[in-house]
Design a protein around this ligand. Structure first.
Ligand SMILES: Nc1nc2c(ncn2[C@@H]2O[C@H](COP(=O)(O)OP(=O)(O)OP(=O)(O)O)[C@@H](O)[C@H]2O)c(=O)[nH]1
Ligand SMILES: [Mg+2]
Length: 188
């Protein structure tokens, strides 16, 4: 046959490109670690774990499970961190993890939620100090979700459902797009 762009050949090429791409995505996915820090962070992570690719590694840091940070990061290749700022644990520990990751040469992408005004000035203040600290941590990317901005989305929910909705909102509008974007950059 003289025509080497036959539909069958084209299909084969398409399939093999597609397979290569899928394999590359899978290889990077296996090197991605998500860490949730503090109470809100752990709730976020539990939800993410149910809904994102199983090939990611999911780790948590909370009061009842406080691993040594450097040990926790051993072997981590690409890090995505989440915390809800405003409490003690996430606000204190997240900058420490980001700093340790930077000193270990791990690319680090961070999403944080900032507390809502109704939670009070005390929490906001803790959150702001932590956020300022995070901005000094040489993070590759920092994304802040202001809960005050979400009132019109789901501010009328009862609190428990509000946080479920928040976890989903942050997952699908912030964390997952950030990871997808990162993967795309890596395979292109
Ligand atoms: N994404 C998410 N955020 C939450 C949830 N519950 C509470 N939050 C937010 O998380 C902020 C910080 O609270 P915690 O996560 O309990 O704080 P912590 O880091 O565990 O610190 P301590 O409880 O003081 O040890 C709160 O001000 C809320 O805005 C949740 O289920 N999911
Ligand atoms: Mg807590």
């Amino acid at each position: 046959m003289t025509n080497n762009t036959s539909p069958i050949k084209e299909l084969e090429k398409y399939q093999s490109d597609y397979e290569k791409r899928a394999k590359a995505i899978e290889a990077i996915s296996q090197e991605i670690t998500l860490i949730g820090v503090g109470g809100g962070g752990v709730n976020f992570l539990a939800n993410a774990k149910q809904k994102l690719r199983a090939s990611y590694t999911f780790l948590e840091y909370n009061l009842s499970q406080t691993p040594n940070i450097e040990e926790m990061l051993l072997g981590v290749k690409r890090l995505f961190l989440y915390t809800s700022l405003g409490g003690q644990t996430g606000s204190k520990i997240t900058p420490l993890i980001a700093k340790a990751a930077h000193s270990m040469g791990i690319p680090t992408y961070v999403v944080v939620a900032f507390p809502a005004t109704y939670e009070g000035g005390y929490r906001k203040n803790i959150a702001q100090i932590a956020l300022d600290e995070l901005r000094t941590c040489a993070i590759d990317h920092l994304e802040v979700v202001y809960q005050d901005d979400l009132k019109t989305f789901f501010g009328k929910y009862p609190l428990r459902h509000y946080f479920e909705a928040l976890d989903d909102y942050i997952l699908w509008n912030h964390m997952n797009p950030l990871i997808d974007e990162y993967i795309k950059e890596q395979i292109n």
